[in-house]
Design a protein around this ligand. Structure first.
Ligand code: AMP
Ligand code: ZN
Length: 514
């Protein structure tokens, strides 16, 4: 286990706490995943980059990680507080496709973004395991069983479905710092609710209507409420109480307080002075990615999907860098300039690592240095790297560990990693090992990235990379000959094809979209 205790901010207690696992040597984490009715925007992806880094820190610290991420394909209404339509039913209606096709399409789009951002999939005891993508509609019988068990003491029926009475559990709303009677201001179309914050556990299909997704239940044909699925799947796959529950900061207000109330009803009943009674010991929330104009949205303004960034020529890991430069609890503003700066930073690192790899390879081929495990691309833990580096690098490893253990301070950890990349007069193999270990947490795959992959390469640029390379080599010749008129002509030709040549850039940014 790490020398520095891992400290994490618990939203439930609003304080930094030392991570003490429920099961020795293990870490069990549940992350609220996407609602698959549309493409995720890059704000959504911030939530998964954050959960990924948390998982990587836990793995690196030596815990066997079990990480469950859910896919919401039913139950999430257009308003988190039980108002509006089911997001998937609505999407299916407006596109005239089957709801199952919609769910599959957007789940795959989400998986593709996850992969592009080097976000690890779910894990089971330290090994990636696809089965821990928990898909809500796979758990309907368990949801009905869960609801049946809590209904007599905690729920009541209305014509529209089964509702949870939030006054039936102690400390309702503590996570949001809200109370039972709050929420009066919310748009609330349901007549007969006992408290404004009461929420649907089961939504009956209105008479005369059929939904594409509906099941029989003791409360009539219908569909589960959104909050139910996360209680059921986290309890089923991780057991109550588990270690950490994550989500975006919006979930701190409605979704997670409601999950907690259900968990209390199901397993714990007592109040929340003991955090584990909430179902998880620690609740963590990432802050929002925002646009200059305000909240990120899928419907208004420019729909910032990861694919848009890629189409404009930015490597997706530039976005990962952008996320890691900020603390996950701070709001982060997206801008194209910021993305460009993050890409430059990543490229600097990759160039440093490329030079180091080349030097190390020379030493190995001259039999001066042994091959290091770093180039074999293993998964790293703190213990491994501590045995692999000498005193000088060990100090950096320690600083890195201190940063990530300080509530995942990736911004500071990145600067330590950069210092190591720039470090002179250290053994190349050891340096590679230290970088590989730190990168196992930051998740760039630095040892396998090629600087050429990081070039800004817009989809609609007319020229291929090879063309541009050749033109730039030619420009260098022209410059050596001081043939300035020809140089200017070539620059204009390239500009006409959407390529802006950036002379004299120390990083060798050869071209970018003009
Ligand atoms: P959804 O697909 O809407 O259920 O959201 C998926 C995840 O993204 C949830 O954890 C949300 O809290 C989170 N989220 C939504 N918008 C943003 C944003 N702009 N920045 C960061 N996280 C977000
Ligand atoms: Zn959830």
């Amino acid at each position: 286990m790490p020398d520095t205790p891992l400290k994490l901010f618990n939203s439930l207690t609003r304080s930094i706490e030392t991570f003490v696992p429920v099961h020795a040597g293990e870490a069990r984490v549940y992350s609220c995943g996407p609602t698959v009715y549309n493409y995720p925007h890059i704000g959504n992806m911030r939530a998964y980059v954050f959960a990924d880094v948390l998982g990587r820190v836990l793995s690196y610290s030596g815990y066997k990680l079990t990480h469950v991420i859910n896919i919401t394909d039913v139950g999430h209404l257009t308003d988190d507080a039980d108002a509006g339509e089911d997001k998937l039913e609505k999407a299916a209606k407006s596109s005239a496709q089957s709801i199952w096709d919609i769910a599959r399409h957007y789940t795959e789009a989400y998986w593709s973004d996850i992969k592009a951002l080097n976000i690890r999939g779910p894990m089971q005891m330290g090994v990636q395991d696809e089965r821990n993508w928990s898909i809500a509609t796979d758990y309907i019988p368990q949801m009905i069983a869960f609801a049946t068990s809590i209904a007599p003491e905690h729920c009541y029926e209305l014509p529209s479905g089964l509702y949870f009475d939030v006054s039936s559990v102690a400390d309702y709303g503590r996570l949001a710092r809200a109370h039972t009677d709050e929420g009066e201001g919310r748009i609330d179309p349901v007549d007969g609710k006992r408290n404004a914050a009461d929420f649907a556990i089961w939504r009956k299909t209105p008479e005369g209507e059929t939904r594409q997704m509906e099941w029989d239940s003791p409360w009539g044909r219908g569909a589960p409420g959104w909050h139910l699925e996360c209680s059921v799947m986290s309890g089923a796959l991780l057991g109550f109480p588990f270690d950490i529950h994550t989500g975006g900061i919006d979930h701190r207000e409605i979704h997670h307080p409601n999950e907690i109330a259900q968990n209390q009803a199901h397993c714990c009943t007592n109040g929340l002075d003991v955090a584990a009674n909430s179902g998880a010991r620690i609740w963590m929330h990432n802050n929002f990615l925002v646009e200059r104009s305000g909240k990120m949205s899928k419907s208004s303004g420019e729909f910032l999907r990861l694919q848009l960034l890629i189409d404009r020529g930015y490597h997706p890991l530039a976005y990962r860098m952008m996320c890691l430069q900020a603390h996950y609890r701070s709001e982060l503003e997206f801008s194209w300039e910021g993305l460009g700066a993050a890409l430059t930073r990543l490229k600097r690192m990759v160039m440093g690592v490329e030079t180091l790899k080349a030097r190390h390879a020379e030493l190995v081929s001259a039999s001066i240095a042994p091959p290091t495990s770093a180039v074999r691309g293993e998964e790293w833990t703190l213990k491994q790297v501590q045995g692999d580096v000498g005193e000088k690098l060990a100090q950096f490893v320690q600083r890195f560990e201190a940063a990530i253990s300080d509530d995942l301070n990736t911004a500071v950890a990145l600067t330590v990693l950069e210092e190591v990349v720039a470090l002179k007069k250290v053994d190349a193999g050891e340096k590679l090992a230290a970088i590989a270990a730190m990168d196992a947490v930051m998740g760039f795959g630095l040892l396998n990235l090629d600087r050429k992959d990081l070039r800004i390469r817009p989809k609609d640029a007319e020229l291929t990379g090879e063309h541009v390379d050749a033109s730039i080599a030619f420009r260098k010749e022209l410059r050596a000959q001081q043939n300035f008129p020809a140089l200017d002509r070539l620059r204009d030709e390239l500009a006409a094809k959407g390529v802006e040549v950036m002379d004299g850039d120390p990083l060798g940014w050869d071209w970018k979209l003009g």
